[in-house]
Design a protein around this ligand. Structure first.
Ligand SMILES: [Fe+2]
Length: 306
């Protein structure tokens, strides 16, 4: 069957078959995706057994809530970032802190505080390296933004996220910090380790067939938002991680790998009431001015809420 015949079939099944008002956008997207899928079946001579194996795969991935992870691992979530970058560039928005993927593990409703928060519940303090991370949220003109919302979340020493990992306390390693009158934020936490796809899960199953690992370098997620500014979705990576530039989700970007300082000065340890050295990361966020000339940065997607 040639492509024109396939496109005609897809239109027949979706557009011509409609006998009541349809959502035109859904119709447009489904006709395109269905046609493209049928062309792939034709061109690659996908067998019925292969087809039904794919259906079963997607059913299983959905049942285990791994489709978001799969979107990251196939590069689709990073592709959306690249398109958002291009749209901002066309709108004349340049500079600012680079965006990178949200991933599927944000949870709404984390405790909120002004200026400072401690993220970890102390359960891993004996094995973890204590981290202090701090900086300023700036606007496009380089002025500090007081009252900006810095939402932060990261994994524990097992590479797991609270809520999804029910062995952790509620909102462990998740907080919302409102910047102080100088636009500053700071938090105390632990240096996380990298994330690995569930080894027996759907995402890793496909990655295995593709000859790929499912590892992410250690990272910390952020949403940074303030009225009148474009919401920033990003992460920083912990330098030195073996997977730093080999992320299965393709999310590492220049400008998002700040140096990690090791502090062992007794006076500074005393000031923090710590008895062992700690890690310190300085990182400022630079937000773009909100504009109607580029697509909005508030992305709606199904997210967990504890
Ligand atoms: Fe993550």
């Amino acid at each position: 069957m040639n492509h024109a015949d396939i496109e005609a079939l897809a239109r027949k099944w979706i557009v011509e078959a409609a006998d009541r008002p349809a959502n035109p956008r859904v119709q447009q997207v489904v006709v395109r995706l269905l046609g493209d899928l049928c062309k792939a079946i034709e061109d690659l001579d996908i067998t019925p057994t292969e087809f039904w194996s794919g259906v079963a795969y997607l059913s299983n991935a959905g049942a285990s809530n791994e489709l978001g992870l799969l979107a990251a691992g196939l590069g689709l979530e990073h592709f959306l970032d690249l398109r958002a970058d291009e749209a901002e560039s066309r709108a004349g928005l340049e500079g600012g802190t680079p965006r990178t993927i949200e991933g599927p593990l944000y949870v709404a409703g984390a405790p909120q505080s002004v200026g400072f928060a401690r993220l970890d519940d102390g359960s891993e303090s004996d094995r973890a390296e204590t981290l202090f991370m701090q900086g300023t949220v700036f606007d496009q003109a380089g002025r500090p933004v007081p009252g900006a919302k810095v939402e932060v979340w990261h994994a524990n020493l097992m590479g797991n996220y609270s809520f999804f990992d029910r062995t952790q306390s509620d909102f462990n390693l998740r907080r919302t910090i409102i910047t102080d009158h100088n636009g500053r934020y700071q938090f105390r936490s632990i240096i996380p380790v990298g994330y690995g796809c569930p080894p027996n899960g759907s995402t890793q199953q496909l990655l295995n067939l593709l000859g790929r690992h499912g590892q992410r370098p250690a990272h910390i997620h952020f949403f940074v938002s303030a009225p009148g500014h474009r919401k920033l979705t990003t992460q920083i990576n912990i330098e030195g991680d073996a997977y730093l530039w080999d992320d299965f989700a393709f999310a590492t970007r220049e400008g998002l790998v700040p140096p990690v300082a090791r502090v062992n000065d007794p006076a500074q340890l005393d000031a923090k009431r710590l008895d062992k050295p700690f890690a310190s990361i300085d990182f400022d966020f630079h937000l773009g001015r909100e504009t109607a000339a580029a697509p909005g940065t508030e992305v709606e997607r199904a997210r967990a809420a504890a």
